[in-house]
Design a binder for this molecule. Structure first.
Ligand SMILES: NC(=O)c1ccc[n+]([C@@H]2O[C@H](COP(=O)([O-])OP(=O)(O)OC[C@H]3O[C@@H](n4cnc5c(N)ncnc54)[C@H](OP(=O)(O)O)[C@@H]3O)[C@@H](O)[C@H]2O)c1
Length: 250
């Protein structure tokens, strides 16, 4: 079992701490706010608190905001005496390896089985079992050059879909339908994609149904969703040209 020190004070810190304890690792935590309930050593003085937190640990996870990872290392250079890992999907710092958990962390904690399924995307050149010993998670390596593009794609897949769903729910509610109306449809859409991505798309794009597409665009005139609809049409057309989908050409 490994002793991990975990630095940071937000949702990912709570989740990772919870998971590592489920795996019977020892964990000590540090947040810059002395009053944070996450602190293992709620003593005054951030530096002394940090020294006490990392002392028994072999590995230190830097779960602070992306912009603060380098600043934290500058401020507390003694951190370099430990094996350091950050979990950012975009940051590349030569002295610290990155292992990005491809997951969204909410206020709700997950089950051990859910945590174990999270893939970690690791900076090339670093062995996962040396960075995060005792973690049974799937893991993959990418180069520093690919990392920004990888993260941009994750943002689009996960965050953009949330923005779109929220905008649609707002409009569905304005029509007078309960927001929950969409739930079975959305859940099935995700399931179908996971089970068979190539056959999951249904609706006017996959049918090449120009009349319905024209009607949809007319109905959205003046709404910020209209240019988004057109952008998706364009994306769909270009992925068809690339042979990425097997549906009818528009
Ligand atoms: N959230 C996710 O779903 C998720 C998923 C994968 C990876 N990550 C990565 O995990 C890391 C943490 O992300 P997050 O979403 O939990 O939180 P975040 O909002 O990115 O970071 C906030 C945390 O950083 C602390 N912090 C900021 N500047 C600091 C400094 N100079 N010294 C010490 N602590 C400082 C904040 O302290 P205060 O509370 O005192 O402000 C707060 O606890 C990031 O690298 C992020 O990319 C997050």
């Amino acid at each position: 079992m490994t002793h991990y020190a975990i630095l940071g004070g937000r949702r990912i810190t709570r989740n990772i701490t919870h998971y590592f304890l489920q795996l019977n690792h020892t964990v000590s935590c540090w947040a810059r706010d002395r009053c944070s309930p996450l602190n293992t050593h709620p003593i005054a003085g951030a530096t002394e608190r940090l020294r006490a937190t990392i002392r028994p640990a072999s590995h230190v996870l830097l779960l602070v905001s992306d912009a603060s990872i380098a600043k934290l290392l500058q401020r507390y250079p003694f951190l370099h005496h430990k094996t350091l890992v950050h979990c950012s999907g975009t940051v590349c710092i030569p002295s610290v390896a990155g292992a990005h958990p491809l997951m969204t962390f909410s206020h709700e904690l997950y089950t051990q089985q859910q945590y174990q399924q999270i893939p970690f995307i690791v900076d090339a050149g670093h062995a996962f079992d040396e960075l995060l010993p005792g973690l049974p998670n799937p893991h993959f390596h990418i180069s520093a050059e690919e990392k920004p593009r990888y993260h941009a794609l994750c943002v689009m897949a996960g965050n953009f879909s949330q923005v779109l769903w929220q905008a649609v729910v707002d409009r569905i509610s304005a029509i007078g339908l309960p927001p929950s109306t969409l739930e079975p449809y959305l859940l099935q859409t995700v399931n179908n994609f996971v089970n068979n991505p190539d056959a999951a798309l249904t609706g006017p794009l996959s049918r090449g149904d120009q009349n319905t597409i024209a009607s949809n665009l007319k109905a959205l005139a003046g709404d910020p969703l209209e240019p988004l609809y057109r952008a998706f049409l364009e994306l769909y057309r270009s992925s068809q040209q690339d042979g990425k989908t097997g549906q009818v050409a528009l």
